[in-house]
Design a binder for this molecule. Structure first.
Ligand code: NDP
Length: 256
């Protein structure tokens, strides 16, 4: 392959779970603008169509219907993407959900839904991506953690468990696959204005103002705040960075 500039993603193929909305779409737009072909994977087709029309204004993009709770579907969707485009260079494990209840009220189904969506799917998608990245001479895996990777909340025990674990999983994959020139890093978003947090703001009293008061940047984040960090972690610029976590939180996690 020709020498690339540090942030050039031409000829790269990216697969973004939950790339049909919110933070995933914010990252997908960044990757497409940097030259990558971007496959967005999710369940909601209407959201995906709107996302695709935005993405196609910038670059090449496609939607793949995928429920990340189905382990074999993750493998099949990633294999098909690699076959269709001849390679797979970038995987963004972004699909996520939450069930907000006090721990004593959570059901087993609540627990498994959150852990399987946020954590287990990221492992199986990474496992599916591995042989394609190895064959292509390297790759980039970007996991989406949370402030709950570090902090706890009374209503978020399964969510925080999944987000703490996804960061630790990234470190283990980073160590295992460094020999294959695959870098695995995690992004920790602060509080971002998306469908997920729209629901949180309805369910958790006072959340909107609490976040504003604690965030030095004095605003909620927007999906567009993730375009640059996605490009950085997907590009040659970050080739010697692996197992790292980068907070994108307007300073939320460093405020004393
Ligand atoms: P959204 O609800 O907008 O996005 C979540 C995405 O995940 C959706 O596009 C959804 O696609 C997809 N998804 C959920 N379940 C499945 C599933 N079973 N199969 C396939 N796709 C699925 O919220 P955000 O953009 O906020 O969330 C994106 C990530 O960022 C999540 O991992 C979240 O935990 C994390 N995060 C968000 C923060 C925030 O403040 N917003 C803070 C910290 C982390 P579909 O609708 O098609 O099911």
């Amino acid at each position: 392959m020709a020498t690339m500039t540090p942030f050039d993603l031409s000829n790269r193929v990216a697969f973004v779970t939950g790339g049909n909305g919110g933070i995933g779409l914010g990252m997908a737009k960044g990757l497409a603008a940097a030259g990558a072909t971007v496959v967005i994977a999710g369940r909601n087709k209407a959201k995906a169509e709107a996302a695709l029309s935005e993405l196609k204004a910038t670059g090449a993009a496609e939607f793949v219907e995928l429920d990340v709770l189905q382990e074999t579907s993750c493998h099949q969707a990633i294999d098909r993407t690699a076959q269709k485009f001849g390679r797979l260079d970038i995987l963004v494990n972004n699909a996520g959900t939450s069930v907000r209840k006090p721990p004593e009220q959570l059901t087993a189904a609540d627990w498994h839904l959150v852990l399987n969506t946020n954590l287990t799917s990221a492992f199986f998608c990474s496992q599916a991506a591995y042989p394609h990245m190895k064959r292509g001479g390297g790759g980039k895996i970007i996991n989406i953690g949370s402030m709950m990777s570090t902090f706890g909340a009374s209503y978020a025990s399964p969510y925080a468990s999944s987000k703490g674990a996804i960061v630790q999983m990234a470190k283990s994959l980073a160590v295992a696959w460094a020999k294959d020139n695959i870098q695995v890093n995690s992004i920790l978003p602060g509080w971002i204005n998306t469908d997920l947090t729209k629901k949180a703001r309805e369910q958790v009293e006072g959340l909107h103002d609490k976040v504003l008061a604690r965030t030095p940047a004095q605003r909620w984040g927007e999906p567009g705040d993730f375009a640059g960090v996605a490009v950085f972690l997907a590009a040659p610029a970050s080739d010697f960075i692996t197992g790292a976590t980068i907070a994108v939180d307007g300073g939320y996690s460093v405020q004393a």
